[in-house]
Design a protein around this ligand. Structure first.
Ligand SMILES: CC(C)(COP(=O)(O)OP(=O)(O)OC[C@H]1O[C@@H](n2cnc3c(N)ncnc32)[C@H](O)[C@@H]1OP(=O)(O)O)[C@@H](O)C(=O)NCCC(=O)NCCS
Length: 154
């Protein structure tokens, strides 16, 4: 856990520790899925970490719905190991595990020029909210029409 916190802190390069706290909070919660906590190792050193956890879509007023989804993030790669395919490898492995699960989609808020290469699409294409470029979904089932008008978890 200390290694994961270190990778997260150094990757995000911020003093707030927001993402480090997010990882700790999710790991201690019922939303944590151990098989979707992934690390990347290079020459015996942990250099990357990806967490995908359970969440629920939200109503317009922020209240949770009964619709469970998977949420991707935080994703962290040590600065010295970025742009070498580590993040991509973690995402591909994580998504392959997600395909064996019952949830209809993986959601995230992230760089809209990074995630589409892995199959993520804008949430608004499916009537999901918010209408931001950063709000993206990866389909685990063909038809998401039952979820129109609902908000991604944040
Ligand atoms: C984003 C991050 C996880 C990507 O991991 P990575 O191992 O560097 O990514 P990969 O090597 O698989 O892919 C590299 C490609 O991703 C893209 N990319 C990487 N970081 C990016 C960023 N911050 N914004 C947009 N695109 C980015 C680039 O297109 C890059 O290709 P290029 O080197 O040819 O330009 C990593 O840079 C990181 O930890 N960043 C800090 C934390 C963060 O922002 N996490 C994600 C929050 S949404």
């Amino acid at each position: 856990m200390a290694a994961i916190a270190r990778i997260t802190r150094l990757a995000f390069d911020k003093t707030s520790g927001e993402e480090v706290e997010m990882v700790a909070r999710i790991r201690a919660s019922p939303e944590f899925i151990p098989e979707l906590s992934l690390v990347a190792e290079v020459n015996g050193q942990l250099v990357g970490h990806l967490l995908i956890s359970l969440e629920t879509l939200r109503h317009a007023d922020g209240q949770p719905t009964d619709h469970a989804v998977l949420m991707l993030g935080p994703l962290s790669v040590l600065p010295a190991f970025q742009r070498q395919g580590v993040g991509g490898a973690l995402i591909r492995r994580g998504l392959s595990i997600c395909h064996r699960r019952p949830e209809p989609m993986v959601t995230l808020f992230g760089h809209s020029d990074y995630y589409p290469r892995f199959g993520f699409r804008f949430a608004r294409e499916f009537g999901l909210l918010p209408d931001w470029d950063a709000a993206m979904v990866y389909l685990l089932q063909d038809d998401l029409s039952a979820f129109r008008g609902l908000h991604l978890p944040e």
